[in-house]
Every structure is written in structure tokens, then in C-alpha cells.
Design a protein around this ligand. Sequence first.
Ligand code: MG
Length: 259
Amino acid sequence: MIKIRTPDEVELIRESGRVLAESLDLAEELIGAGVTTEFLDREIENFIVSNGGVPEFKGFHGYPAATCVSINDQVVHGIPGPRELREGDIVGVDVGVRKNGYIADAARTFAVGTVTDEAQRLLRTTSLALDAGLAAVVHGVHLSDVSHAIQSVAEGAGYSVVRELAGHGLGTELHEPPEIPNYGPPGLGPILATGMILAIEPMVNAGSGAVRTLQDGWTVVTADNGLSAHFEHTVAVTERGADVLSAASLEHVDRSGRD
Ligand code: MG
């Protein structure tokens, strides 16, 4: 069953999402050559806690940090540590915030200084794939319409989506139904309804979509060591489209012109 959240619950998730978005803005400010991923993690955790939140990832199935920081061929779930970012890296920062019992989950991938044109194109495409997924969300459509929109953008640019990992519902738990694959034909799966909360998160690889997990039990890397990017938002389904809850300000996908 996919939970339907009340308007009051949606506003609580939006507040968690606001803290989260601001923590990602902070990450963007801090990221640069020579910065360690554990420094980023500590600063983000401090920001979340000082804004009344709890870093939801910490302790989740034993995960040891507040954030996941994934560099270059790392797809997701990179564990922060002493590694220093270098000029030309791309770095994904994924954060979960629980505040007042309600959770938001979001991620962005950043360039460290100047990156190659190919890395820049991968970041841009993955962000556009997320936008396409968000634009497909509206009360009454099938879940796989969202999946298909994401896949179309990623593969249309010559890239691959990671098929072993997916977006998800969330709210009072980090992972709730439904699972949201980043690929598939349109017109399948549950019908989206107002009040559903979805974390939509394309993970796009420059080469093959195949991945493997490192011996730390967490870090997912591309099987071919090519670059990977990840963008994620938490949204509420509405009659007018996706209401982006993990946005710092007025970012909102409005489909009012659609009908
Ligand atoms: Mg997620």
C-alpha cells in the first residue's frame, strides 16, 4: 500500500526538505579541491542538527555517516572519510533529514572546479532526467510513466540508467512503497494519487549501467569504472503535478498549463 499523506503531513515533510535543501546548498559552497568527504559530512550533520533535524541515514541498517558522498565512478552510498576531493572530480551528495518525525531525501552531484565536457554533460543530463521524472508526476498517471520519462532522457543522451537501484516512497520511514525504477515502459504499475510522497532519483552512468558493491558493503561503483551521476528530489503528488518538497525556496514543477 502506498500511503496517502494529509496536507499537514506534506508540510512537515516540506520543512524537513527545506533543511535538507539548505544542507545541500552548504555542501555546494564547501566543495572544492582538498576538502575531505568527512569534513563535508560533519558540516552537513551539524547544519541539520542545528536546524532541529536528525540525519536519517546515520544508523540506517548500520550506515556510519550522516551523508553519502560518492565520487566519480561511485554511483551512490559512498562513505565519507579522509579522501580529498580533487579538481575535475564529480561528487554526489545524498542526504536524508528527519524533522518532527517526517523524512525528506534528496541528492545532487557537483563538479569540483573545472570538469571535462563529458562530465559536465553527464551532470546536466542526469539533472534533466530528474526534471523529466518530476514533470511526469501528476494525480492519475501510472508510476511507470515516471520511470519511462527518466529512462528516455538518460538513454536519449547515450547514457545508461542503473537498474539495480531505484527511487522509493517515504514519509515516516526512509523507504516505503512504491519502488520507483528509473526505466520501464509507460502505463504500468500503481496509479499515482494526491498525497503520495515519492523520492525520485535517477542514477545515470556514462557507460554501462552495470554496478557492483565494494567490500565496505555500501559503496556502489560502476562495473566499467565510468562516471556516474545522481540527482534526487522528494515530491508530493498533486492534481497539478509534482510539488517538490526538497527545495530551498520556491522551486516547484507546475503542470497547471497541461490540461
Ligand atoms: Mg532515496
